[in-house]
Structure formats: C-alpha cells, structure tokens
Ligand binder design. Structure first.
Ligand SMILES: [Zn+2]
Length: 444
C-alpha cells in the first residue's frame, strides 16, 4: 500500500465528467436530507418556493438559496440546545462538540456524529497521503487539543493511514521541539505562524537547527493562508529542511482542499465537496481561470450539520493548469486561499489583500517573518503603516532595505506606506491565528 500514489486511486483519478455526475447525485442527496431533517433548511427552502425535486440538473443548483455564518449563529439560538435547528440528527447521536475559533465574532457550535467524524478523518487522509505520509512515518502534533477543531481530524487522518501519531498537547514549544528530536519524528502539522515561531525558538533558545538537527521531512500547514504564499512557503522549507504542503478546511465545511507533490496549487477534494466561485460584487458565477471570487461550498456525506451552498467568504480562483502532473483529476485552485472577502479592503481607493503584504515582507531575506499593517484615517485620507523587523546581521544596511521594501510594496500593492523598521523580536508573536492586519478606520 505504501508504494501507491493515491489514497483513493479510483476517486482521485475519475474523469471530470464522471466526477460531475457523482457530485450532482451527492448534491441532490444532501439537499433532500436537509429538507427532510433540518427545520432550518426546510423553512429556508419553503420561503424560496423550492423543493428538492426542482433541482433536476447541475444548472439548477444556483436556485438553491445560499447560507452564511450569521445564519448559523441565529439558528443556534433555537432548539435543540446548543446547536439549534440546523441539527439534522437526533441529539443523542452527537458524539463530539466543537466550536469555531470566533475570530470573526460569536463562535459557531459544531456537532459531530461518529459517522461524520470518520468522514473528517477520511478527508484528511486524502491530503496527508498526497503529502507523502505513509505507515512508516512518526507524526508529531504540536497543538493544544482544544475545544476548536484545529488539527484534531489531522490526528485521526494520520492514524487512519497507519502513521504513528505523537500528541504534543500540553507541552510548551521548547518541550515539543525536544520531543520531536528525541523521537526522530518525520512529519509535523501546524499553522504557518507556529511553524515559523517554532524554528525561531529552536534556534534562539535551544541552539537546535531544525533543518540539520531534526528529522522532519514533511510539514502540513492549515489554519492560515501562508503555505500557499510562495515567500512564506520558501522560508518555512528552508528553516526546516522539509517540504511544506497546504491543506485547507473550516469547522462548518470540513477539509476541502490539499496540495500534492507537484505543489501547483490546491486540489479541491471534489469527491466530497462542490465548489462554486462567485464574483464578490455582482454574484455572477465564475467558471474560467484567472478571475478571483468568493467560494460557495457544499459538503456531501456529512449529515449532522449540513453545509449547503455556504458562502465561506474565502477568495479563490481556478488554476489554468488543466491536468496536474500528479495525475489527480480533482481541479486545482491557483495559490490556495488568497484571502477573505472580509479582509479585502479598499485603501486610498485601491483594493488591497493583506496576503500581498505578507508575500512582499517574507520575500526579503533581511526581514523577520513578523509584520503588522495598520490602516487609519487622517481627515478624509487613508493612511497605512507597516511595521517590520530587521534581522540583526543586516542592521548596517537599513536604508537600502527600507528602499527595497518600499519599491516591492509599490509594485505588488500599488500603495505607499509609512514604514517602521523595528529591532528583531519586538513585534507580537502568535501561537494560533495571527492578527497582523488591523483596519482602525471608523466604520461607515
Ligand atoms: Zn496534483
């Protein structure tokens, strides 16, 4: 089994036409399930004058009303407590409670049945297998095993493949690094922020160079966009001497995309999800590559808390590469999740995605990985300040670095910034979801 290329050789190489047929059948199935078993979905569809039988071809899918996070929050105020009327199974079938991290407001509560949980582990197994995880790997999990879903399903997905999984739960960063070294762990899962932070701690506090002194050969990143931002990926790969792969998911949606060995973008796990891309301003469907829009996603085969045409606000675009060299037929996105519709904002009349700032900062080797961008308003005019850290060896060259940074920012984001170059180690460090972009302008 370990010499095979795919976790599921049939589904991962199914011709697109067959895949589309399968997706449509699964779409109809989950639609019927939700209509019948969830009072929330039932009343949403009744109000729209829609019955599942009205969706006769894939071209009808757009008629199904979209859902979004605020609707999930409102629904969870209803019975049964605490999940509300989206819940589509008897409460006694729920075997696990999770909640979203709440970075964009009140957390959403998420129920898992054992069947849905097995589905989550299976979806992670597709990703990890594509990243090269096999039954001879010892995988270290440096996360808190908390109330949030985070890497929980990654743990079970790795076990499902047959890896040996080490839960590094309550240990602090230094103890985790020492344990990885002692056990000669070969793979690791964490957010890009924590991957960079751990390498920093290993070097500065323990005198350990992760690229030379540890045994990690592959790293799976999730939770933040970083692993698909070329400069951030390169920095992580150099620091760890390992291949870094992206994997994306969200509590409400499940795990829906992963990179393969070709690292040519994210494969959408199309056997488990339907992805539509919509123009953020007009709502028109985007089917061609090269045009960005907001992701509308449907999750199949996960029945306790159905996710149907959910507007995730993730900004994505189709990749022009039609056939990936890995042989998978699941379609590719270009550059993973580019940002969130909520984060993309107009500054001085120019559309700005915070990930573009990250790409610039992390492509300059004289700068540390941390940065902070702050947008304010002076009178009627927007003002943007960027704080970065300079690596001590390059302090003598500060003017030239500042000039390079300003030029690159102007080129990549079409904006001028007030630049602040700080000493290394003085900006805030984050363990989980980093908040590096702050928009302090008064809300209109
Ligand atoms: Zn591929």
């Amino acid at each position: 089994m370990s010499s095979e290329k795919y976790w599921n050789p049939i589904l991962e190489t199914l011709p697109q036409e067959k895949l589309k047929e399968l997706q449509f059948k699964k779409f109809q199935n989950i639609l019927k399930w939700a209509y019948k078993n969830s009072p929330f979905y039932h009343s949403l569809y009744v109000k729209a004058g829609l019955e599942p039988g009205d969706i006769k071809t894939p071209d009808d899918i757009w008629k199904v009303p979209k859902t979004e996070k605020s609707m999930l929050r409102t629904a969870q105020g209803k019975e049964p407590y605490p999940y509300g009327d989206i819940l589509s199974v008897p409460l006694r079938q729920v075997t696990e409670y999770r909640q979203t991290s709440g970075t964009t407001g009140q957390p959403v509560y998420h129920p898992e049945t054992w069947q849905d949980w097995e589905w989550s582990a299976e979806s992670w197994a597709y990703a990890l297998y594509a990243h090269g995880y096999r039954d001879y790997d010892r995988v270290f999990m440096p996360f808190g095993y908390s109330i949030n879903i985070a890497f929980w399903a990654g743990h079970y997905g790795a076990e499902k493949i047959g890896c040996e999984v080490v839960p590094g739960g309550v240990l602090n960063t230094e103890a985790r690094i020492l344990k990885m070294k002692e056990l000669e762990a070969t793979a690791l899962m964490a957010t890009p922020t924590y991957i960079l932070g751990m390498a920093d701690v290993a070097k500065s506090k323990l005198g350990i160079d992760p690229a030379k002194d540890l045994y990690i050969k592959k790293i799976t990143c999730a939770g933040e966009p970083g692993a698909c931002i070329p400069a951030t990926k390169k920095r992580m790969e150099e620091m760890w001497g390992a291949k870094v792969y992206d994997q994306v998911g969200a509590t409400e949606i499940g795990h829906w995309g992963y990179e393969c060995q070709a690292q040519a973008g994210l494969h959408v796990l199309e056997a488990f999800h339907l992805i539509e891309i919509e123009d953020v301003e007009t709502g028109a469907a985007i089917t061609e590559p090269g045009k960005r829009g907001s992701m509308v996603i449907t999750t199949f085969d996960r029945f306790a808390h159905p996710c149907i045409r959910f507007d995730s606000k993730d900004i994505i675009e189709w990749n022009p590469v039609e056939k990936c060299e890995c042989g998978r037929t699941f379609r590719l996105l270009k550059g993973g999740v580019i940002g969130r519709a909520d984060d993309i904002t107009k500054v001085k009349g120019v559309l700005l995605a915070p990930t573009a700032i990250e790409e610039v900062v992390r492509s300059i080797p004289e700068l540390g990985a941390e940065y902070e961008a702050i947008v304010t308003k002076k009178g009627d005019i927007d003002d943007i300040t960027l704080k970065v850290e300079i690596i001590p060896d390059f302090k003598h060259n500060i003017d030239a670095i500042e000039q390079k940074l300003a030029q690159q920012l102007r080129l990549k984001t079409s904006l001028r910034y007030n630049l602040e170059l700080h000493d290394y180690g003085t900006l805030p460090r984050y363990d989980v979801k980093a908040k590096r972009f702050k928009d302090l302008r008064p809300k209109e």
